[in-house]
Design a protein around this ligand. Structure first.
Ligand SMILES: Cc1cc2nc3c(=O)[nH]c(=O)nc-3n(C[C@H](O)[C@H](O)[C@H](O)COP(=O)(O)O)c2cc1C
Ligand SMILES: [Zn+2]
Ligand SMILES: [Zn+2]
Length: 605
């Protein structure tokens, strides 16, 4: 028995096909053992499998992904969105379509008789352009509202950016005095502390890695800053401001202890996905990493990452950046203009470009800068705690988390998450939970969140046992592969959905996607793209009943298998053309020229 292989019961095994190494897909690579066996099956599907993942596998993100373009001639003018003769187009030289009949003639068939958005909310803002429009157009072609539609209740998500704020940021009129003060104060405090320590001769001063940071692009720093009134607040959020000491009796605004936390997940950790995880029992959710610079510049796309669904009871926004001033400005903006419960700083991000500019995991090597960031952002608000998410270090043989974690606590973070791998390791090795425990034991007061390789309730139990100083766990790929993992952990038993039940989860996701991204052509295609990105992880789920030695382990590649029914087989296919087929069952045929290349490589084994 090889440890890297997930063995499947005899009756579900599918014979291997012989082919050259360059064309092997990840599943088949796991089956080197059997790869010399003759292909005795003439099955069409098998030949299709053979074609998968021909592209060279690089680390990190897939570059050169095809961009899906839409024909703008098909776009209807906004004035006709709710049907004819309701509004007049006020734009000179409006380049959108104003002829409803022509628009309908060019519009593809509706995707279904019921509009998921109309059914959920009682009104579909995409009106005439909705791909389910007939469900809510009256005889005159006007967009109708259901009698029980309630505008106030219809908004189920919040945050993002208003036009007004966008204008203020672009004109550099937002007052960032507060963040500037806190950064200056934090710098001062750090330097004073350093001097004391160096003078006492106990520690050598640390030298930070040198990088070129982003420039502070926003409002020029006001020199005549108000006398700091929050000086003593620098330190942990739970610090007693009057005494400057830690008041352990005071209840922190967010309780990070004993929680199941959904990882921040770029692209795939979108709002519709988080809704699914909430329904399966995730306690705390976090948005996809947002970069400080575009936030401070007011870019709509970045602000979209701050959106929160009403079901996300404890919700955080994760920040990434390399410059203390800009990160503090972004934190101030989030605190003052959005509804969120905490802000997390990503100092584990391995992306090369971010790293080279001193952000993400490079901050683990820039402790002076990190100190300023954590001190300033932690002291900014007593209501919105600041947390830090890190890796073991940059290099596999040079772990630094055990030194950094107690420091991050001292500087004021309200919780710290440790992903038990280094930047260098990416996903190639198992997360080191022994080291996570070692680090957690060094942190005195704040909750430590352990992260890495949890796919089953058994993994959860084992890791909790192995790391008693860890108070909560964070789950990333485990939730992508099986979003019901939260339920499994809470119920302490496996949940073994049938393929029909799993397909219902996809359908629900699609409905949430249409509600979030819109049910017009653009929204449908966005929803499809994100469904496919998710499926690039989800296909790795192996139904419990098929496993020779349950439970499935996250880093194991399965032997080639088929499911108990056709749908189960389709859902386990590593072939992206099969994922597209799944999407077509829910969202209709793909547009002409459609191609899909997953964004993340972490979906592979
Ligand atoms: C697709 C994908 C996207 C991720 N995006 C982020 C991110 O935006 N911010 C972050 O801190 N970590 C990100 N991570 C790392 C995860 O949050 C988590 O730390 C890591 O996957 C280890 O946990 P796991 O073994 O449970 O997946 C991402 C991971 C994956 C697979
Ligand atoms: Zn117009
Ligand atoms: Zn609709």
């Amino acid at each position: 028995m090889e440890s890297g292989i997930c063995y499947i019961k005899e009756e579900y095994l599918v014979p291997e096909i012989k082919h050259n190494a360059a064309q092997k897909d990840p599943v088949e690579l796991g089956n080197k053992r059997k790869s010399n066996e003759e292909n005795t099956s003439g099955d069409k599907k098998q030949q299709k499998y053979q074609k998968t993942n021909k592209k060279e596998r690089k680390r990190g993100q897939n570059k050169n992904r095809p961009v899906f373009k839409q024909d703008s001639s098909l776009f209807l003018c906004h004035s006709l969105m709710n049907g004819p003769n309701l509004e007049k187009c006020t734009h000179q030289n409006c380049r959108y379509v104003h002829d409803l009949a022509a628009y309908f003639a060019s519009k593809p068939e509706d995707l279904g008789e019921k509009c998921p958005v109309f059914d959920a909310i009682g009104f579909c803002t995409r009106g005439v352009t909705c791909r389910f429009a007939k469900a809510h157009l009256d005889a005159e072609g006007r967009n109708i509202k259901s009698p029980d539609y309630n505008e106030n209740k219809a908004r189920t998500s919040m945050n993002g950016i208003t036009n007004e704020l966008q204008v203020r940021l672009r004109k550099r009129e937002y007052d960032f005095t507060r963040s500037k003060q806190l950064v200056n104060q934090s710098d001062k405090l750090r330097d004073e502390n350093k001097k004391k320590v160096v003078a006492s001769g106990s520690v050598k001063p640390l030298r930070d890695m040198t990088v070129v940071e982003d420039k502070a692009t926003t409002a020029e720093i006001v020199e005549t800053v108000k006398p700091p009134d929050t000086e003593k607040a620098i330190g942990a959020v739970v610090d007693n401001v009057e005494t400057g000491g830690r008041d352990t009796a005071k209840k922190p605004p967010v309780d990070f202890a004993e929680k199941l936390i959904l990882s921040p997940l770029t692209t795939v950790g979108n709002l519709p996905f988080r809704r699914i995880c909430k329904e399966f029992g995730a306690d705390i959710t976090c948005g996809e990493m947002a970069c400080a610079v575009p936030l401070v510049k007011g870019l709509t796309q970045e602000w979209a990452l701050t959106k929160r669904h009403e079901s996300e009871h404890v919700f955080g926004v994760q920040l990434c950046g390399n410059n203390p001033n800009i990160i503090a400005q972004a934190a101030q903006l989030l605190q003052e203009t959005t509804s969120i419960d905490y802000i997390d700083l990503n100092i584990g991000c391995p992306i090369e470009l971010i790293y080279q500019h001193g952000g993400g995991s490079a901050l683990m090597r820039r402790t002076n800068v990190l100190e300023t960031i954590v001190r300033s952002c932690s002291s900014m608000s007593l209501k919105i705690p600041f947390t830090v998410k890190m890796r073991t270090g940059v290099y596999a043989d040079k772990s630094v988390a055990h030194e950094l974690m107690p420091l991050v606590e001292e500087w004021g973070a309200a919780a710290v998450t440790l992903h038990g791998r280094s930047r260098e390791q990416r996903y190639m090795k198992s997360a080191n939970w022994q080291y996570i425990e070692e680090c957690a034991a060094k942190v005195k007061y704040i909750p430590v969140i352990g992260n890495g390789d949890i796919l089953n309730f058994e993994d959860y139990n084992e890791k909790r046992k192995q790391a008693p100083h860890v108070s909560s766990v964070m789950i990333g790929r485990g939730a992508l592969i099986k979003p019901w993992i939260f339920k499994e952990i809470k119920e302490q038993k496996p949940f073994n959905p049938t393929s029909a039940e799993r397909f219902d989860i996809l359908r629900k996701y699609v409905n949430y996607g249409l509600e979030h991204w819109g049910s017009d052509m653009k929204g449908v295609e966005n929803t499809r793209r994100f469904l496919l990105e998710w499926q690039s992880f989800m296909y790795r789920y192996i139904p419990y009943e098929l496993l020779a030695n349950p439970p499935q382990q996250i880093n194991q590649r399965p032997q080639k298998f088929r499911g108990r029914d056709e749908m189960e087989t389709l859902m386990s296919s590593p072939n992206s053309t099969d994922w597209v087929r799944l999407s077509e069952m829910l969202l209709g045929p793909v547009p002409v020229g459609f191609e899909f290349v997953p964004k993340h490589k972490a979906n592979a084994y």
